[in-house]
Ligand binder design. Structure first.
Ligand SMILES: NC(=O)c1ccc[n+]([C@@H]2O[C@H](COP(=O)([O-])OP(=O)(O)OC[C@H]3O[C@@H](n4cnc5c(N)ncnc54)[C@H](OP(=O)(O)O)[C@@H]3O)[C@@H](O)[C@H]2O)c1
Length: 169
């Protein structure tokens, strides 16, 4: 099973506001996120899962939480207490791919297991917020795709979408 990661990051590493929410509005990126995850298993931290209530359609979310009685929104959703349990759940169900979908704590925990990353790099510098963890050993990754998306009436900032693949992956 492939493990991918999807994230949007500002120029100074911010992925979200403290207390929830994202400091930009990119219509193309929201559409890309929905179509990329369609039909796939997703791993989310408890805080991000709660922010996304009502968003899931064909996706199968697994919520990472230490709370064994955490109430999931629908019976088709899953709960895992650690990354190993989440990977096992998706793999046992025959999933082809598990998409690591944030937030910051989950990205940090899952990064060592990730084969490829889809990073939306947003040309903005938020003052404060929740940060993406540093990617150690950047030389282990290569950029295989890069496309630019200019700001316009539906998109608050210039941004680019970068696909990075682990070299030995
Ligand atoms: N820009 C983007 O692409 C993007 C994507 C997703 C999210 N975000 C943003 O990220 C922010 C949220 O990130 P966050 O780091 O604060 O929260 P988070 O990762 O969404 O959730 C944190 C919670 O997940 C659980 N958790 C995390 N790691 C765990 C582990 N190893 N084992 C067991 N449980 C674990 C814990 O839940 P319990 O406390 O229940 O144990 C923890 O409190 C929001 O602002 C959101 O909008 C941005």
């Amino acid at each position: 099973m492939k493990i991918s990661l999807i994230v949007a990051i500002s120029e100074n590493g911010i992925i979200g506001k403290h207390g929830g929410g994202i400091p930009w509005k990119l219509k193309w990126d929201a559409e890309h996120f929905r179509s990329f995850t369609a039909g796939k298993w997703m791993l989310l931290g408890r805080k991000t899962y709660l922010e996304m209530e009502g968003w899931f359609t064909s996706q199968t979310p697994v919520v990472l939480t230490s709370q064994s009685d955490f109430p999931i929104f629908q019976k088709e959703h899953h709960r895992a207490v650690d990354i190993q349990e989440a990977i096992q759940l998706a793999s046992d169900a025959g999933a082809d791919e598990l998409v690591i979908s944030g937030g910051a704590q989950v990205y940090e925990t899952a990064l060592p297991f990730v084969d490829e990353m889809f990073i939306t790099r947003v040309r903005e510098r938020s003052e404060t917020g929740v940060k993406f963890p540093p990617i150690s050993s950047l030389d282990q990754w290569e950029t295989t795709e890069l496309e630019f998306h200019p700001a316009d009436v539906d998109n608050s900032h210039d941004a680019s979408l970068e696909k990075m693949v682990r070299k030995n992956g």
